[in-house]
Design a protein around this ligand. Structure first.
Ligand SMILES: Cc1cc2nc3c(=O)[nH]c(=O)nc-3n(C[C@H](O)[C@H](O)[C@H](O)COP(=O)(O)OP(=O)(O)OC[C@H]3O[C@@H](n4cnc5c(N)ncnc54)[C@H](O)[C@@H]3O)c2cc1C
Length: 470
């Protein structure tokens, strides 16, 4: 860094004002921490945190940082589950929280939003326009639209049913590492074919640019009908998902599952009797209520062919809320009551059961820790297997936490390579960067590094995430 800390703070105050530049230790600590289980170390600590108001201020910060060769880490809400949210090197943290301006243009068929708006608030603001926001993470009260588009995560939604959020992004305003402001895409609802920057900047995980505005299509909100099915075992749910694709069924918008252990803790947490086995929850969608009912009836018949203990349409909204929130409660349980190490395996659909069995086996037989438990829940219709190694205490050393994280990642990634998947939700750099080379080979990663260098010659943006540092 070509500047002292005091001077850096003064220079940043000149750009964003006294109230929006911080270099005190408590603020730095808050931004160094993310959802990862291990402790903050000195190299994670930001030099300073800035909260720019708009693309002009972002541009000034990046121009300055590029000239002085200071890394900049872009922060949405820091909820990434693969370590994207934690700075990997001392850096200026650029928090997008002040950029929340929202303009809805029903007559143009789109809305424009600043990156810092929380998903939950954006969904509420779109509701009067009868519009669906196609992003459904469990973290929606705090995850930002900028963070979600930069990871391109659809979360609960089944890809075959709704695609990724990037498919609905018409254009963006972005600031390049060198400070130039770029407008991409179109104001038409007709998306451009061919080589158009929106397509490779969506999902670029903050490595190529800072997104300062997102233009997204208004999607008419469908009617929904919900189905719950209780199975003796998770494997029967996997059979159902495999048959759903094999038989060309219309896929539900959401198709979540709780394995035997997760359903017990999830249902008990919401005050429902624990089910005897595993649970599947499916939401069918259609433009009309009648269409929705018919789709749900057809899907229920299909589910019943797998001989579940019970399967039915849940018409009572309060009952569905309870059943649905058991899924989030299972997550709360494992993350709150111990140390939890997650994975996402997205195998070829016909290999789903094999991949699940192997994931369970390897997570129950870790070398880095003995005696952990296995929990599994998530977006199975997508199909995503989330396999969690759960250690029912937080009182384990940092070294063990890192070793378990790495072992779970490496071994579950090997399953993605073996069974044709990639992991489709949480992002592909930070902890997952090593996977790219295993999956696609060195030419792919070298090409990515060259692309990054072209966009960001001094490698200031999210330095360390492409390198795969912890
Ligand atoms: C309880 C819980 C449930 C979750 N459920 C899901 C789930 O179901 N599915 C799922 O996929 N994820 C889930 N997540 C992970 C996470 O919430 C999502 O990945 C979310 O999209 C990240 O948003 P964020 O605002 O926290 O971004 P951050 O974590 O702050 O950032 C993520 C990445 O985006 C970059 N970034 C952020 N804003 C910008 C910007 N404006 N321009 C350029 N780059 C930017 C960051 O630098 C970083 O690389 C969950 C997390 C939690 C804690």
């Amino acid at each position: 860094m070509d500047v002292g800390l005091k001077q850096l703070t003064r220079d940043l105050v000149n750009i964003v004002g006294q109230d929006n530049a911080f270099s005190d230790r408590p603020t730095a600590l808050a931004y160094a921490k993310d959802t990862m289980p291990w402790d903050v170390e000195p190299h994670h600590m930001p030099y300073a945190v800035v909260r720019p108001a708009d693309s002009r201020e972002v541009s000034a910060i990046l121009t300055y940082a590029s000239a002085k060769k200071i890394p900049v880490h872009t922060h949405g809400s820091g909820t990434s589950l693969v370590g994207l949210g934690r700075p990997k090197t001392n850096a200026i943290v650029l928090d997008t929280a002040r950029m929340q301006d929202l303009k809805i243009f029903p007559e143009r068929g789109y809305f424009e939003v600043g990156p810092g708006m929380h998903i939950g608030n954006l969904r509420k603001a779109l509701a009067p326009h009868n519009a669906l926001l196609p992003i459904f993470p469990g973290s929606e009260p705090i995850a930002t639209i900028g963070g979600s588009v930069s990871v391109n995560t659809s979360a609960h939604a089944v890809d075959a049913s709704l695609c990724k959020p990037g498919d609905y992004v018409l254009g963006m305003e972005v600031v390049l590492a060198t400070g130039e402001i770029l407008q991409t895409g179109t104001q038409s609802t007709r998306k451009p074919a061919g080589i158009e920057a929106t397509k490779f900047l969506v999902g670029s995980e903050g490595l190529l640019c800072v997104i300062t505005r997102i233009r997204m299509r208004l999607i008419p909100k469908p009617h929904m009908a919900n189905i719950v099915a209780y199975f003796n075992s998770t494997e029967e749910i996997l059979d159902t998902v495999m048959a759903m694709y094999r038989e060309g069924m219309h896929t539900p918008l959401f198709f979540e599952y709780l394995d035997e252990k997760s359903s017990k803790v999830g249902f008990e947490a919401v005050g429902l009797e624990a089910p005897p086995g595993a649970v599947a929850m499916m939401s069918m969608h259609s433009a009309t209520e009648v269409g929705c009912r018919e789709k749900a009836r057809i899907f229920l018949e299909f589910v019943k062919k797998a001989n579940p203990i019970e399967a039915r349409i849940v018409s009572d909204a309060a009952e569905w809320d309870k059943i649905w929130s058991s899924r989030a409660e299972a997550g709360n349980y494992v993350y709150r009551l111990g140390s939890t190490f997650g994975s996402e395996i997205t195998p070829r659909v016909d290999k789903l059961k094999l991949a699940f069995r192997e994931a369970k086996e390897l997570i129950l037989n870790l070398d880095s820790f003995k005696g952990n438990e296995f929990y599994s829940f998530g977006h199975i219709g997508a199909p995503t297997i989330h396999g969690y190694a759960f250690i029912p205490t937080k009182d384990i050393s940092n070294e063990v936490k890192k070793a378990v994280t790495l072992e779970v990642r490496e071994k579950t990634e090997a399953l993605n390579v073996k069974y044709g998947g990639c992991g489709g939700e949480w992002g592909l750099t930070a902890q997952r960067a090593g996977f790219l080379e295993k999956k696609y080979g060195p030419v792919y990663t070298q090409t990515l590094i060259r692309l990054k260098k072209t966009f960001d010659p001094e490698n200031i943006l999210n330095r360390g995430n492409l390198e795969g540092w912890l």
